[in-house]
Design a protein around this ligand. Structure first.
Ligand code: SF4
Length: 219
């Protein structure tokens, strides 16, 4: 993909990685650098809710076209992914407005993880449709609340800074250190991560697994 300067080829960052990074950078590294994945109750609930959204049909509702599971990308910022729901206004082209709606399992929360992801989707939609996207929404599945957010310059800046941090992390060589706090209790990767052992220093031998051996020491 072309970089923001129009010339560099950059490794695309999966939009889903933004939510993982904002929850825990190490979780993002384990998934997107080490290709480790495991399920728990929370991830299974998420998969089920997103499957329902994906299986629903595109349709026209309240004067707007509603697209589901839309593949999205940005050449400019090196992003790829899929939007849960995109609403286009009016219902027929030429479209004047696009609103991404990110589905989030659980009740309403002020945590910004899903909003950052919706902001990245908005950045992609602007490039794909040639529109200015002014709003990104998050729909909380359990409490059935839809919260609209203005796409401020600060929010865009914060989102793109995370994208660049993820890109740097994905270049290796190893995932970031563990957060080792209450987030770990809900994290499906706790067995692979071993956050408290790594934090206590027992992870030093594990960390060295990622150091390439000097050529002379290769078996
Ligand atoms: S167990 Fe904790 S430190 Fe490890 S990836 Fe999950 S949240 Fe991050």
């Amino acid at each position: 993909m072309r970089g923001a300067d129009g010339t560099n080829i950059v490794e695309p960052v999966p939009i889903s990685a933004i939510e993982h990074w904002s929850y825990c950078p190490r979780q993002c590294g384990l998934i997107h650098l080490e290709s480790i994945w495991d399920e728990n109750l929370f991830t299974l609930r998420g998969t089920k809710a997103h499957r329902r959204v994906d299986e629903d049909q595109d349709r026209v509702e309240r004067g707007r076209r509603v697209l589901r599971g839309l593949p999205i990308w940005s050449e400019r910022y090196g992003l790829v992914g899929k939007a849960d729901v995109v609403e286009l206004l009016p219902a027929e082209p030429p479209y004047r407005e696009a609103i991404p709606v990110e589905y989030k399992v659980g009740r309403r929360t002020d945590k910004p993880h899903a909003l950052l992801q919706a902001c990245a989707q908005a950045i992609c939609l602007e490039e794909m449709f040639g529109l200015e996207v002014r709003q990104a929404d998050v729909f909380f599945v359990e409490s059935r609340e839809r919260v609209s957010h203005e796409l401020t310059a600060d929010l865009r800046e914060q989102t793109l800074a995370i994208v660049e941090a993820i890109r740097a992390m994905m270049a290796g060589p190893r995932p970031p250190p563990p957060v080792a706090d209450r987030r770990c209790r809900k994290c499906s990767l706790i067995d692979a991560c071993q956050p408290f052992a790594v934090e206590r220093g027992m992870g030093q031998p594990e960390a060295r697994l990622y150091e390439p051996l000097p050529l002379g020491e290769l078996p």
